[in-house]
Design a protein around this ligand. Structure first.
Ligand SMILES: [Zn+2]
Ligand SMILES: [Zn+2]
Ligand SMILES: [Zn+2]
Length: 182
């Protein structure tokens, strides 16, 4: 029996067998800088308004690789003195998501900053149920077995969400990343 595709062919930045950025020690300042720089450049190129509150929400999401809910963001905006009503946070999140700077994590009803800003990609998320860290992997829906099945049955895929929940290496104990199959 085939195991579920958890290592679909990937052109991502993590070579097969290497932990995702969210799960391994790395220079996180580089993530923050890349995320902000990309957003600034993309907004300038698209004539989109990168308002201070939009920028601040993106910065908050870039602070870690954990998913953050809209209400927590709203609370933090208020604590910082923004006169933020709920629509302010929601509109900022809508904008950031539409622009591709932020992804929504459906299973958590929360948001993370994109780990591959500026690259066209189909994200797949590995979500740690213990610490909330989310690693963004890349997937190729069209190449997956489900994608092939959909094509074979004449189903036209318009949107797919790939979210996998479990334990990250740190929370699982000792960095054992191999699955149970083998
Ligand atoms: Zn990082
Ligand atoms: Zn992304
Ligand atoms: Zn964890």
């Amino acid at each position: 029996m085939n195991s579920p595709t958890d290592r679909s062919a990937s052109a991502g930045s993590s070579p097969p067998g290497e932990a995702s950025a969210g799960f391994r020690p790395h220079d996180h300042r580089a993530c923050v800088e890349a995320g902000l720089r990309h957003a600034e450049e993309a907004c300038a190129a698209r004539s989109a308004r990168f308002t201070p509150v939009r920028r601040r929400v993106l910065e908050m999401l870039l602070e870690s690789h954990a998913a953050v809910g809209a209400y927590e963001l709203l609370d933090r905006l208020r604590a910082e003195g923004w006169s933020a009503q709920p629509p302010v946070a929601y509109r900022a999140l809508d904008f950031l998501t539409e622009q591709g700077f932020v992804h929504r994590i459906e299973a958590r009803n929360a948001f993370i900053a994109c780990s591959h800003p500026g690259e066209p990609h189909h994200p797949a998320f590995l979500i740690c149920r213990s610490c909330g860290t989310v690693a963004e992997e890349e997937t190729s829906p069209a190449q997956s077995s489900l994608g092939r099945r959909a094509r074979a049955s004449g189903f036209r895929v318009e949107r797919s969400v790939m979210e996998v929940e479990g334990l990250c290496p740190a929370c699982a104990g000792d960095g054992e990343t191999d699955g149970p199959c083998g």
